[in-house]
Design a protein around this ligand. Structure first.
Ligand code: SF4
Length: 362
């Protein structure tokens, strides 16, 4: 079956701005280059499952050098994509083992709960030792160059956004459906054959379910671009794991200061973590920065976020300035966000983005 995308999605990969900012993603989406997880699968790895975690990290660093070289050679045409041989044991398997180990005292995100997920202990995200999804479908309303996007909604989240539009998923008002990595791989392959430009891992937040996401890619035989759709609160080591897994980060950069983040998403140290991870993401892969303009937060959040992006990663990302906020979940408890965005607020955000010289869509 072929899906009819939003009309502007059809030629989106040929738009000059997309060619400039997403040169690799657009080729992966068209099957002209391998997704980075497939390159990771082509890097041979020999390791002892029981080795000390520091030994495994050293090996990861070494193998990432081989990954960079292989990617460079493939992208420059020195190695043909079809000559990339999938290894029986690869860098992707090593990443899977590292995530397994991290989850023994979970530090996947900067909550750093320290719970043993394999013993069924639950941290802030309340994701334990099983992969639970809410739904998966072909999303026709994402950014035009991403659409049609095979979107997989994972249960649970490391944030507690008081205005969450997916609160049934993020805050566990649904039970979710359990799935294993192999079954997920078959679904991803099926959606790719139906015409998906990518697989889009989202939630909630995908970070707590990273183990099963990598496991699904290990078993996935299709070449599909990976979009990591996230709150960007991952630990730095998790960012290292995602290097060679994600082709594009689709980030959610909401707050321009820690106080608003603590009050509205119950999360500490937001700006430092989120900006650090945006810098890393822009160096590793391609990056779309989503910014949802919140009512009453143009001065304290929108402008500082856009200013930071302009000063640090302006030419390495495309910003999606979003005006679709509506009060949800517990927003009624916070008078500042218990209303829709005023047109003048969005116009001011657009004016500021324009003056900052950002590449942005709206
Ligand atoms: S992924 Fe979940 S359990 Fe792990 S540190 Fe983050 S919130 Fe805590």
């Amino acid at each position: 079956m072929r899906y009819f995308a939003r009309p502007d999605a059809v030629d989106a990969l040929d738009a000059p701005i997309i060619k400039k900012i997403f040169p690799r993603y657009r080729k992966v989406a068209r099957g002209q280059l391998p997704a980075v997880f497939r390159i990771s699968k082509g890097i041979k790895a020999e390791f002892d499952e029981g080795a000390d975690i520091e030994v495994l990290w050293d090996m990861h660093e070494q193998l990432m050098r081989a990954f960079y070289e292989t990617r460079r050679n493939i992208d420059s045409g020195q190695i043909k994509p079809e000559d990339l041989k999938i290894q029986e044991r690869s860098l992707l398997d090593l990443k899977l083992l590292l995530v397994r180990r991290i989850m023994e005292s979970c530090q996947l995100c900067e909550r750093r709960c320290g719970v043993n997920r394999w013993a069924g202990e639950l941290g802030v995200c309340r994701v334990g030792d099983r992969c639970l999804i809410s739904s998966e479908f072909m999303h026709m309303g994402e950014e035009p160059y991403i659409t049609p996007s095979h979107t997989i909604f994972f249960m649970g989240c490391s944030f507690k956004c008081q205005f969450c539009q997916n609160w049934e998923i993020s805050q566990w008002y649904e039970e979710g459906t359990e799935i294993d990595g192999k079954s997920l791989a078959r679904i991803i392959e099926g959606r790719k054959k139906e015409g998906a430009r990518n697989v889009n891992f989202v939630g909630g937040e995908p970070t707590p379910q990273l183990f099963w996401i990598i496991e699904s890619l290990k078993h996935c035989n299709e070449n599909v671009a990976v979009v990591w759709n996230s709150n960007m609160y991952m630990a730095e080591k998790t960012m290292n794991i995602l290097n060679g897994v994600a082709d594009m980060y689709l980030s959610d950069f909401k707050y321009g200061n820690d106080d608003c983040a603590l009050r509205l998403s119950k999360v500490k140290g937001y700006f430092g973590v989120c900006s650090r991870n945006h810098l890393i993401a822009a160096g590793q892969a391609e990056l779309t920065v989503r910014h949802l303009v919140l009512p009453g937060h143009v001065e304290c959040c929108t402008k500082p976020v856009l200013k930071w992006v302009a000063e640090n990663i302006r030419d390495r990302c495309l910003v999606n300035l979003m005006d679709q906020y509506y009060p949800c979940w517990r927003a009624h408890l916070y008078p500042d966000i218990n209303r829709r965005l005023a047109p003048a607020e969005f116009e001011e955000a657009v004016r500021f983005a324009t003056e900052s010289g950002l590449n942005f869509i709206r």
